[in-house]
Design a protein around this ligand. Structure first.
Ligand code: NAD
Length: 437
């Protein structure tokens, strides 16, 4: 694909996203409502749980390279601290809205509860297109945003992490800014940092590794294994590319992948290690321009409807909607992204016998290893990667089993089971603590 084509593809995706008008916070409230009704939770308690504890909006002035000032809008939302300090990533994207950040913060609360780690949910975001910013602009934006949300975040309050378009470099700047402003080492204020500055071995791969583990678990429950299973992955960033690589290494045949620049398809299986290498070397980290014998280009959205055993949406929310759900052919959908399936689409998928492993379980590997990173920072004692991966695997498999059993006992979908289980644990914490004053 040429960069022109990549630009056109991005515009098409953005138009499609606008056309579906999925409001993630409405989606979140609907999901909580459904699980809450099944648990017969009182309406007032449910309303309390649907709403975030605290919301901060900041206007972030940045001196741009051309000399003028641009003001960016940023958010930090703390959904719940009932089970521990808030935890959740920071997203840099032109489509960031307060409702999106509120929903993402809420999903973090259930996610931490489902995998049973002692953290609550939070999330942040800046409305920006990082691909148009120079390195210096990105650093000044990050440092000023950090300074402006500093009253809210901290190792015992709220610990950010990477999300879409943010990675270790940005986390390092956040840690350094907090350290300078507070005048003491602040390694534990943010996770997903580079190894040389308090990062955890295995953190970068953790979400994709978790996706691979739950894919293995669900296939085992369905009487199958990974070898020979065909897979399509939407999104080839941190989550999608690592999930594709680990699934490939475990014997699955990854036949389709996409990113914002388009999709690639090969019925015989893509050479994922080669593609990962290609993307790492390409300027915008895109699959655009990759060619290999037997590999065809497809329009990006078509990756979702490929005839495969497993579909891993690992891009953004609101991708599987009422408009395309009946064309999904994968038997199993493992949600690497947060909120990729709308509630309407969920109903259609269930009617058609598709099995969805929900985001709050499937992509929890990232927050589990973020939890490990935070623990290591607090203790100033660092683990081997093997220890991280073993502990991650144990937690993910235990959580999968708990959700699977819960779903079978109550005859509900895995999503409803995960929400009910998470909600039960959060409600229990609220009841044990009581309502202040
Ligand atoms: P990333 O920025 O590294 O990658 C995002 C990928 O999605 C890129 O390849 C991008 O080109 C692609 N993309 C964006 N819009 C697309 C579209 N409309 N169609 C196809 N591809 C598109 O982000 P990430 O960290 O991999 O996050 C992806 C998803 O996973 C998000 O929903 C995020 O909230 C979720 N998630 C991330 C983590 C983590 O540890 N990074 C943890 C849990 C959940």
């Amino acid at each position: 694909m040429t960069s022109d084509k990549a630009g056109q593809a991005q515009a098409t995706v953005e138009r499609a996203l606008k056309a579906t008008e999925v409001n993630p916070y409405e989606m979140f409230r609907t999901q909580v409502g459904l699980a809450g009704e099944k648990l017969r939770l009182p309406v007032d308690l449910l309303e309390m749980i649907k709403r975030p504890e605290r919301v901060l909006e900041v206007s972030v002035p940045v001196r741009m390279d051309h000399g003028g000032i641009e003001v960016f809008t940023g958010y930090r939302v703390q959904h719940s601290s009932a089970r521990g300090p808030c935890k959740g990533g920071i997203r840099y994207h032109p489509g960031v809205t307060l409702d999106e950040v509120k929903a993402l913060a809420g999903w973090m609360t259930w996610k931490c509860a489902v995998v049973d780690i002692p953290l609550g949910g939070g999330k942040g975001g800046i409305v920006c297109d990082p691909t148009t910013l120079s390195e210096g602009e990105l650093e000044r934006l990050t440092r000023r945003y950090t300074a402006m949300i500093l009253p809210l975040i901290g190792p015992q309050h709220d610990i950010p992490a990477p999300d879409v378009n943010t990675g270790a470099r940005i986390m390092n700047w956040i840690m350094d800014t907090a350290t300078v402003l507070r005048g003491e080492p602040m390694y534990a204020i943010v996770t997903g940092k580079d190894l040389g500055v308090g990062g955890a071995r295995g953190r970068r791969e953790a979400t994709g590794r978790g996706v691979m583990i739950v894919t293995q678990e669900i296939l085992n429950r369905l009487g199958r294994g990974l070898p020979g299973t065909t897979v399509a992955v939407q999104g080839f960033g941190n989550v999608g590319s690592v999930a594709a690589l680990l699934l490939h290494e475990s014997g699955a045949k990854v036949v389709g992948v996409s990113d914002v620049s388009g999709a690639l398809y090969s019925p015989n299986g893509l050479n994922i290690p080669e593609l990962v290498d290609y993307v790492a070397r390409s300027p915008n980290r895109l699959i655009a321009g990759y060619t290999a014998p037997g590999v065809e280009e497809l329009p990006g959205p078509e990756v979702l409807t490929l005839d495969v055993d497993v579909l891993v949406p690992a891009a953004l929310e609101g991708q599987i909607t009422a408009d395309n759900a009946d064309r999904i052919r994968a038997k199993v959908i493992v949600e690497g992204a947060n909120g990729p399936t709308t509630p309407e689409a969920d109903v259609i998928l269930e009617e058609q016998g598709r099995v969805v492993v929900p985001d709050i379980l499937a992509n929890a590997g990232g927050v589990v290893v973020s939890y490990f990173e935070w623990v290591q920072n607090l203790q100033n004692f660092y683990w081997e990667e093997g220890e991280t991966n073993d502990r991650l695997s144990r937690i993910m498999r235990r959580a999968f089993q708990a959700v699977w059993d819960y779903a079978r006992e109550r005859k509900v979908s895995l999503r409803t089971a995960a929400f009910m289980l998470g909600l039960e644990r959060v409600v229990q914490a609220i009841r044990l603590r009581g309502i202040f004053p």
